[in-house]
Design a binder for this molecule. Structure first.
Ligand SMILES: [Zn+2]
Length: 75
């Protein structure tokens, strides 16, 4: 049985002896695991901008409310 190395797309013969299957080599296995770990630690693609914007927006709103409150108390 042959599989394609998920990292480099090379054909890998899947046997009990292929220690790094489905990867062709330890290097590819580590690269893939590294990618996977990096993926896991990364905030999902769409979230960063949206949440950064909305957080900024919320902070701005909050600031406005604080300002309004202060003015309200002055009156
Ligand atoms: Zn490979």
């Amino acid at each position: 049985m042959k599989v394609k190395c998920p990292t480099c797309d090379k054909d890998v013969v899947w046997t009990a002896k292929s220690a790094y299957r489905p990867f062709c080599s330890e290097r590819c296995k580590l690269i893939d695991l590294g990618d996977w770990a990096a993926e896991n630690h990364r905030i999902p693609d769409k979230a960063p901008i949206d949440s950064a914007l909305s957080e900024e927006y919320l902070a701005e709103l909050e600031q406005e409310f604080i300002t309004q409150d202060n003015e309200f108390f002055k009156h």
